[in-house]
Each structure stands twice: as structure tokens, then as C-alpha cells.
Design a protein. Sequence first.
Length: 136
Amino acid sequence: MSVKIIRQYTVFLPNVPGALSKFIELFANEGINIIGIASEIRDDSGVVRVAVEVERKVSHILTGAGFTTIETSMLSLELPDKPGQLLRLTKVLGDNNINITTVYGTSFGGASGRLLLNASDSDKALEILRTELGIK
């Protein structure tokens, strides 16, 4: 099990063919690997969230391409892929007054899965997960 703080970029995209491809191309051109992506589409537009593991900030690339972006810190967790792990994690954060505002993830189809989550206080959440759950 492991946990670290990463960056998430949230943008608004038009709901038209090719919009997501043009947006994702910006990351590919910079050699930035996307480790998580989620979207919510409503009518003619949508919100896209992209999680990346890079030390440097990339919001200037997005704004330079005409996107309005919100950059947030988020936790990336590798957890065992078995029942109860998500409950254990959400319970300890809730019991410590940490609000989870966004969550998405997947199982790798084996022994582990990746969970990406935004918390009301990422630094405090990181400390709690390390001390109370022993996640490194």
C-alpha cells in the first residue's frame, strides 16, 4: 500500500467530437503521463479532471492553450484489491473530519488498485493515512 500527493487539473470542454483529443494532446506533447481521468458531461459542455504525477506544474500549458483550469492537490493511493479497503479508508478520513470531495479509481484486475481522491485537507489526510492505516 502506498499514498502520495499528486496534481489534478480540472477544465471545461465543449461536448463535441475531438475536444477531448485536443485537450489530451497537450499532455502527450509535454511527455506527461495521465494516471487518471474523469468527466461529467451536461448538454453542450463538460468538466474533465486529469490526474498527473509530475513535479512541475502544467497549468500554464493549459491556460496558454486557452483553457481555464483549476489545479488541486489530490491523493493517489495504491490499495489491496479486496472488499472493505475503501470502507476502511473513507471511515478513518471521516472520523478525522476530512471531507472527500472527489473520488475515482480502478482495480488493476489483480492484487491492487489505484484510488484518486480530493480531500478537504490533503496534507492532513496524507498524515492520517500514514499514521492510522500504516500506508507508506
